[in-house]
Ligand binder design. Structure first.
Ligand SMILES: Nc1ncnc2c1ncn2[C@@H]1O[C@H](COP(=O)(O)OP(=O)(O)OP(=O)(O)O)[C@@H](O)[C@H]1O
Length: 444
């Protein structure tokens, strides 16, 4: 851990810092609250050891100030042997624990081990909460399809290494879940898994989100922040939609990958971060490299191991087992007991193109279960796109206008293909024309 010791007695500062270093921590020192503020602004501190007697300052006042400012690292208070009252006061005012002076190193070691565990637990708790909130059915990392088996095999093997991994695949194929799976099977599993969603932020905000910034470095930077790179220190940084990162930021990412170095926005001081980077994209990054919109050196650094997530349509042998998982999960959530997938529903699900992949499958099953009743889910319970062929069937020769025929045909081809690019290929028109036609015919 990075620990800040705040004490005005130089020899105590020195001996405590030596003891901390011997225990494998990084020690920082300050002999006044002002110095402590400075260190807190400059270093990602995990815990503070604070003496109650800071010359003519009172440690309790400083503790109150930290509390008033909001979130701060946990504080362990140093108290004199005789002042148990102060120790109790400090705990009431937000200190994590206290230690009496003079202390023996073993007491300090035990207290910090307890603190480290509780920090790790609260980090895990946050992560677990995130997973529960996104309410995922149990994930399936087994497959009947050779291509998917190969991806899972390499992912599991690579998890144990420190290699950066680039996960390619269309939207909703499970890239993020695979990245989490890699982290959960890595040596870093007890450290944070931190996601940065690259396209959701402007160039400036993305840089600050990644590396942090110092107060006043741009409009709206009202206080110093530590970015996600610092938050992921010791763990895994997952860069989602890496293909969207602006060219200006790419050299900074390259430096992080190459030298593990970065600077906060508005600061010249270089910092180190021990992060493993996993990245994902639904773009063809090698084409982006050819087009000059993605740096080749960054591409190779990220792509030490490349994993390809096939689309759901390319995994016909897995569709029904995953569907059953989703049915079981949502049925349990809705208190419906066991729900069976009728044969006509199974057939319709296998025949459908699933352009939105696993995400779409999950949504379709959730929605169908919410809207249906009984212990069987039939084709009739599935959404309208599953009935296009049979209801109001339109064929060549039907007494309808050319425009209606064209609309019906485009709609069915789009439903049966995995992407709009593929649909435009089948239709023999370019993607821009397909877009215009869909718009004109009210299909998008
Ligand atoms: N291995 C799996 N088994 C079962 N369901 C899965 C699996 N992986 C992903 N899913 C489901 O699919 C949904 C989409 O997964 P995920 O967010 O990982 O896809 P993605 O490829 O990262 O999507 P995007 O590119 O849009 O970010 C998730 O909500 C999850 O429930």
């Amino acid at each position: 851990m990075n620990i800040l010791v705040v004490d005005d007695e130089q020899n105590i500062l020195r001996t405590t810092c030596i003891a901390l270093k011997t225990m494998g921590h990084q020690a920082f020192q300050a002999s006044s609250s002002r110095q402590a503020e400075r260190v807190l602004n400059e270093e990602p501190i995990d815990a503070i050891i604070l003496d109650m007697m800071l010359g003519n300052e009172n440690g309790l006042d400083y503790l109150d100030k930290l509390e008033a400012e909001g979130e701060h690292p946990p504080v362990v208070v140093f108290t004199a042997h005789s002042s148990i009252e102060t120790a109790v006061q400090s705990m009431k005012r937000g200190a994590y624990d206290y230690i009496q002076k003079p202390f023996i190193p073993e007491d300090l070691r035990q207290l910090l081990a307890k603190l480290e565990k509780s920090l790790a637990d609260s980090g895990k708790l946050k992560e677990l909460k995130g997973i529960i909130e996104s309410s995922n059915p149990t994930l399936q990392f087994e497959s009947n399809e050779p291509e998917m088996q190969e991806t899972f095999r390499i992912a599991t093997k690579a998890a144990a290494s420190e290699a950066n991994i680039l996960i390619l695949g269309s939207s909703g194929t499970g890239k993020t879940m695979l990245a989490r799976h890699v982290h959960a099977n890595s040596q870093r599993r007890d450290k944070p898994f931190v996601t940065v969603n690259c396209p959701s932020l402007s160039k400036e905000l993305l840089e600050s989100e990644l590396f942090g910034h110092i107060k006043g470095s741009f409009t709206g930077a009202t206080k110093d922040t530590w970015g996600k790179v610092s938050a992921a220190d010791g763990g895994t940084l997952f860069l989602d939609e890496i293909g969207e990162v602006a060219l200006e930021i790419q050299p900074k990412l390259l430096r992080l990958l190459q030298d593990r170095e970065f600077e906060r926005v508005g600061e010249t001081r270089t910092r180190k971060a021990n992060v493993r980077v996993l990245a994902a994209t639904n773009r063809d990054l090698s084409k982006e490299v050819e087009a000059g919109t993605f740096r080749e050196d960054l591409f190779y650094r990220l792509n030490v191991i490349g994993l390809q997530m096939p689309s759901l349509r390319e995994r016909p042998g897995d569709i029904l087992s995953i569907t059953q998982r989703y049915v079981d999960f949502f049925a349990a959530q809705l208190g419906r007991g066991r729900v069976v997938l009728a044969e006509d529903a199974q057939q319709a699900i296998v025949d459908y193109a699933w352009p939105g992949n696993l995400r779409e499958l999950k949504n379709v099953i959730e929605r169908s279960l919410i809207l249906s009743e009984g212990q069987e889910l039939t084709k009739a319970d599935l959404p309208v796109e599953f009935h296009a062929e049979s209801e109001g069937r339109i064929t060549t020769g039907s007494l309808i206008s050319l425009e209606e025929l064209e609309a019906a045909h485009i709609k069915r081809v789009v439903a049966k293909t995995a992407s709009l690019d593929e649909a435009s290929n089948v239709l023999g028109i370019d993607p821009a024309t397909l877009y215009r036609k869909r718009k004109k015919l009210g299909l998008c």
